[in-house]
Design a protein around this ligand. Structure first.
Ligand code: SF4
Length: 377
């Protein structure tokens, strides 16, 4: 289950997420009531399954109190149920946490913290419009640890203004020395509807980005961080359950303003995507109804949607996931898959769908075949 908390202390100039500068007083109680209405309304989508993961994403979920987070967790547990190894992640920003808050989240049942650090360089933090400093970033990791979290992720960016290989690696070195279990290391891109789109900073060119990525991946591997997805690096058995499920094209229920979900109804061979109102105020107006829109993903779109997710994973997924999770026969994609194997872009195995190292670098080329195919088999 993905739970969206849509407010942030300030909107960052590069951010195109559904995040909104928080009002002086966040309507936290009303929002929690609305989340509970969403859970009640979506119970049938669980189809008898328990939740293996809850992910509080944002926005900045750490703006909420431990008690609000606890209310949502308890409700999900009572109404749907958790697997024994359920992972409960909460995204936090360094400026909105302290030891007490982390302890409260821990007590509420959160067992994984994801901290939005982006860079340990104060000048870059300033350019990114972030409110924290490198000192408070380091401090946030320390206090998360002392509050009892043994699964910590940090989000870091590369490809920042005037960044070179050496200072990109310096950021990674900081992250590695903090001994976090998971690092999401992703490239800054300029997105529409952001301040950076109208006034873009000068970012490193493709060649430099590629050099930064090559060196960064090598450094992370040297320190035991396995790259299991394009931007995700984890110590052994510390992958993010929520993201792994998402990239495996697994089902998830999305609750909260702007949250979306994906459910396969196997008995009907139907794939549903659900969407909730984005604007927090509009969303709150619908709170008693847990309202959402659903669309059926049409057959020709399903192979592309499936591949866009699963091929991001370094080890791919079992081939049987294709029929299970799209409701289509394997034969629907067999001709394209055979051709991609012949071209050395997919690994030649009968049971697994995964890219070769060449294919991993040229994912767009692979995906393009599924865009153009529309079911040609
Ligand atoms: S803190 Fe994160 S979610 Fe909020 S505006 Fe900045 S990048 Fe977006």
């Amino acid at each position: 289950m993905y739970i969206h908390i849509p407010w942030c202390s300030k909107k960052c100039p590069y951010c195109d997420f559904n995040s909104h500068e928080s009002p002086r007083k966040i309507p936290e109680k009303e929002y929690v009531d609305a989340l509970i209405a969403d859970i009640k309304n979506d119970l049938h989508l669980a189809q008898g399954r328990k939740l293996s993961s809850l992910f509080f994403g944002g926005g900045t979920p750490s703006l909420f109190t431990g008690s609000s987070i606890s209310t949502v967790i308890k409700c999900a547990e009572k109404l749907i149920g958790f697997t024994d190894d359920v992972e409960i992640t909460l995204e936090a920003n360094p400026e909105s946490v302290n030891l007490q808050k982390f302890q409260d989240f821990c007590k509420a049942g959160v067992n994984r913290i994801s901290i939005g650090i982006q860079t340990f360089n104060d000048q870059q933090l300033n350019l990114l419009g972030r409110l924290h400093s490198s000192y408070s970033a380091t401090k946030a990791i320390e206090i998360a640890r002392s509050a009892g979290f043994n699964r910590i992720n940090i989000d870091l960016m590369h490809g920042l203004k005037e960044q070179n290989v050496s200072n990109a690696l310096k950021d990674l070195q900081f992250a590695i020395s903090s001994e976090v279990e998971h690092i999401s290391w992703y490239q800054l891109t300029i997105e529409k509807n952001t301040k950076f789109f109208n006034d873009p900073p000068k970012l490193p060119d493709c060649r430099l980005i590629s050099e930064i990525q090559d060196h960064g991946c090598q450094l992370l591997a040297r320190y035991g961080y396995e790259q299991y997805e394009i931007s995700s690096f984890a110590k052994q058995r510390k992958r993010c359950t929520h993201n792994q499920n998402y990239w495996e094209f697994g089902d998830y229920i999305g609750i909260g303003a702007g949250a979306h979900g994906k459910i396969t109804l196997n008995h009907e061979q139907t794939l549903l995507r659900t969407f909730r109102t984005r604007q927090p105020n509009d969303y709150l107006k619908h709170k008693n109804r847990g309202e959402k829109k659903s669309i059926v993903v049409e057959v020709p779109q399903r192979p592309l949607e499936f591949m866009m997710n699963v091929l991001r994973l370094k080890n791919g997924v079992p081939l049987k996931y294709f029929p299970e999770r799209t409701g289509l026969q394997e034969s629907y994609i067999s001709k394209i898959v055979t051709n991609l194997k012949k071209e050395g872009l997919l690994v030649d195995t009968e049971t697994q769908l995964l890219t070769t190292s060449l294919g991993f670098r040229f994912l767009d080329t692979i995906l393009d075949r599924f865009v153009r195919s529309h079911g040609e088999s």
